[in-house]
Design a protein around this ligand. Structure first.
Ligand code: KG4
Ligand code: ZN
Length: 348
């Protein structure tokens, strides 16, 4: 039974090379993430060609380390799961080619995983010997909030998704990364904004709270307002930068919560799942924890290291995909754009 088996997950959709070994119940036996931050920091963003070359250099070492740390040899594995989109094509190709090669060499089935659906599973991972912090409960509402996505998804059952809304312009993480650049903060921008915001006042700088009808989001107005204010009143001291950072962070978090709250109030789910790199944000976690408690909905949010990109979430999601699809022919492709879970859109 694959549910009780061991899955090797591989993730290379952007600038982290990651591999993990996860048991079907969500127990993480190993999770290795090789960050490329130092290679891209100088450019203020991910350089696709550098990303794919770096993945090529380290992918086998990362997989070997994940196997070693899990104390499971290839013989103990039952499945390989790999991200095949959305993401940078040159990066995805490296992980998918590696996964297909291991699948052939070790005679194991391999399944392609949607990166956004993988994020949705991160809340259910746990360490050996620990009880799962939460188990999936349905219906659920899930907010995936990352560098490329801001998706609100209703989860009616395992693998049964309905996309409620998404961003009409920038993703929340993208907005934070751009704001960090405007404020002269480091890369990646989200953690830099969080750190700078620590000493700042969240109400110091007047920024709008763009509200979109339905369950969509918009962050372009917030970003443009910040750019205009920075141009008119350039921050003159670290305290000013802290105020700008804290105010922008508060704006992003309030916009995220306002729409999520509407979905929770309308759909009355049993569980609210929050995932993706921006879910690592401390202010977001405080606001969502308080909001969920007020609404009487159970919050499932992974620890920060499973919010950002990792392969453990890909492995766990792979089990669900395998249950849906069974063995997949090894000629599957990679996609820079893949419809989010519950979206009938096009693969590109
Ligand atoms: O999920 P992720 O690692 O990669 C994508 O799938 O995009 O998310 C990366 C995004 C980046 O925009 C990064 O700035 C943001 O997550 N991020 C954070 C924090 N850690 C990562 N944003 C705010 N606060 C953080 N602590
Ligand atoms: Zn991600």
């Amino acid at each position: 039974m694959i549910e009780e088996g061991l899955v090797l997950g591989i993730e290379t959709s952007c600038d982290e090379t990651a591999a993990a070994v996860v048991r079907g119940d969500g127990t993480v036996l190993s999770s290795v993430v090789a960050s490329q931050d130092s290679f891209h920091a100088h450019f203020g963003g991910v350089v696709p060609e550098i990303a794919s070359r770096r993945h090529t250099e380290v992918i086998t070492a990362v997989v070997e380390q994940a196997l070693r740390e899990s104390c499971a040899g290839p013989d103990a594995l039952d499945l390989i799961a790999v991200t095949h989109g959305p993401g940078l094509i040159g990066s995805l190709v490296v992980g998918v080619a590696a996964a297909k090669a291991y699948s052939l060499a070790w005679s194991l089935p391999v399944v392609p995983v949607n990166h956004v659906e993988a994020h949705l599973h991160a809340a259910f991972l746990h360490s050996p010997g620990e009880d799962p912090p939460v188990r999936p409960e349905y219906p659920a509402v899930c907010l995936v909030v990352s560098g490329g996505h801001t998706d609100l998804i209703a989860v009616h059952g395992p693998g049964d998704y309905q996309l409620l809304g998404c961003t009409r312009d920038d993703a929340a993480g993208e907005a934070l990364d751009k704001a960090a650049r405007l404020l002269g903060l480091g890369y990646p921008g989200g953690p830099a904004i969080q750190q700078a915001a620590d000493g700042g006042r969240p109400d110091a700088v007047p920024l709008p709270r763009p509200v979109v009808q339905g369950y969509d989001f918009s962050f372009a107005g917030l970003k443009t307002a910040l750019a205009r204010l920075v141009e008119e009143h350039p921050p003159a001291s670290p305290a000013d930068v802290a105020d700008f950072a804290a105010s922008f962070q508060q704006g992003v978090v309030e916009v995220l919560w306002a729409t999520t709250y509407r979905a929770v109030a309308d759909l009355r789910p049993r569980q609210l799942i929050v995932a993706g790199g921006v879910a690592a944000n401390r202010r977001l976690r405080e606001v969502f924890a308080a909001g969920a408690e007020k609404c009487g909905v159970r919050l499932a949010i992974p620890p920060p290291h499973f919010c950002t990109d990792n392969a453990a979430m890909v492995a766990l999601c792979g089990i669900e995909v395998y249950r849906r699809t069974g063995p997949v022919a090894p000629d599957f492709d990679v996609f820079s754009a893949l419809p989010s879970p519950g979206d009938p859109g096009e693969k590109v």
